[in-house]
Design a protein around this ligand. Structure first.
Ligand code: BGC
Length: 410
């Protein structure tokens, strides 16, 4: 049993609860804890509907002809959780980040599907039994169809009246069902990125272009819901630990932009949601993929490993909390590129740690090639391929396993 010495460092929530040191998870969350080696997925990107009868805003958006591919049966991760777990064990990860599909759990407002919750709970239990700590995300871009009004974007998603009414009950129901097996919770994944894609770029539901007012309103509403979720999770379990998942983009200063407008907007983009929720978080988690350059004509995204280290340092300086990389990866058919990407980014993470940054974990995106939102099935982020119902490891999966085992350094 460990003493609670690490707690002041960790918590912005309740103090040292008597049961905390007895809980094997929370007792080992201090800076001395082993590094979290993880991998991540999201429900809409990998699950099949199974027996569930429900729909999300993405299904409605697809039916209206706005998306190139349907999600369909995903990679079958709802009916084949045991298969996925085998791959996780093979990789040797200590943590697995997966998400809950709100529409599945609550197919109609107020109607909670207890069987679906029980299946998620048994997955979390089974992961723990296999020595893999679950990290559960409660919202990853999708809303139930009943919280969707594609024709009234100002009353859609986080701004839909039913979202405000039902979110707390949904979070409470998940916390009750999974709480015995889960201590690490991320209320939301990248709400700002979703608001930008849905209300500014117009490529995600509800398909609105150029409405920065709605981007801000959605983000503000998401902040409220995040804080509500954190309070509910802590009230159910004082040992609950809350993580943010922020999309962090590196913005390159441009010679033509002498006033730094581009980087200032980028800075606002990176921090808008976190500024509103960091006080509720035990860990500041972020996703990092690339650097964005702007020319007066177009924005270009490029791989830039150093950006992950700068993101760590920026977020640590700004919020003063332990840092977790919640997603990092590259969408490519070329697995050699993926291996180089993984190695180069982990090298930067290591460099930050050696320099004293308090980085507690790293999650590769993603376990398996999956449904890449508006880009459909053509972009491959997986360490595993999905072939005829099986998960087949790529060379990058073997490389990641060697990093995790310590057989090789990045
Ligand atoms: C999202 C994932 C997505 C990944 C790659 C992240 O921002 O959370 O859902 O697949 O980017 O585009």
């Amino acid at each position: 049993m460990r003493a609670c010495w690490a707690i002041p460092l960790l918590l912005s929530g309740p103090g040292c609860h008597p049961s905390m040191a007895d809980n094997p998870v929370t007792a080992s969350l201090g800076p001395e804890a082993p590094f979290w080696w993880g991998v991540a997925t999201s429900p809409y990107q990998v699950e099949d509907p199974g027996e569930g009868v429900f729909a999300t805003d993405w299904d409605l958006f697809y039916e209206r002809g706005h998306l190139r591919d349907a999600r369909g049966d995903g990679v079958g991760s709802w009916t084949q959780m045991a298969r996925d777990q085998e791959a996780l064990v093979e990789l040797g990860v200590s943590h697995y980040r997966f998400g809950i599909e709100w529409a599945r759990v609550e197919p109609e407002p107020g109607l909670i599907d207890r069987d679906a919750l029980a299946q998620y709970a048994s997955y979390a239990r089974s992961l723990r039994e296999a020595g893999i700590e679950p990290v559960v995300c409660l919202w990853h871009f999708t809303f139930p169809d009943w919280a969707t009004d594609l024709d009234r974007p100002d009353a859609n998603g986080w701004l839909h009246p039913l979202t405000g009414d039902r979110w707390g009950a949904y979070v409470g129901a998940v916390a009750d069902a999974l709480g015995p097996h889960v201590s690490l919770w991320a209320p939301q994944n990248e709400p700002k990125a979703q608001a930008m894609a849905g209300y500014f770029l117009g490529i995600w539901p509800p398909g609105v272009s150029g409405d920065l007012g709605l981007v801000a309103a959605q983000t503000d509403a998401a902040i409220e819901r995040f804080n509500e979720a954190a309070a509910i999770l802590r009230s159910r379990d004082p040992d609950a630990r809350i993580l943010t998942i922020q999309n962090q983009v590196a913005f390159e200063a441009q010679a033509w932009d002498a006033l730094g407008v581009f980087t200032r907007i980028g800075d606002q983009y990176n921090h808008a949601h976190l500024d509103g929720v960091h006080h509720q978080a035990d860990y500041v988690g972020f996703n990092y993929y690339y650097r964005r350059k702007a020319s007066p004509f177009a924005a270009v995204e490029e791989t830039w490993p150093r950006g992950i280290r700068l993101a760590i340092e920026d977020l640590e300086a700004r919020y003063g909390k332990p840092i977790i990389i919640m997603e990092n990866g590259i969408g490519t058919e070329n697995d050699r590129l993926r291996q180089a990407y993984l190695r180069a980014h982990l090298y930067q993470v290591e460099a930050a740690r050696r320099n004293g940054s308090d980085v507690r974990g790293y999650f590769a995106w993603s376990l398996v090639d999956n449904y890449e939102w508006a880009l459909g099935w053509d972009v491959q982020y997986g360490l595993y391929a999905h072939q005829e119902g099986l998960l087949v490891p790529k060379e990058s999966a073997h490389l990641y396993a060697r990093f995790i085992r310590g057989d090789e350094s990045p």
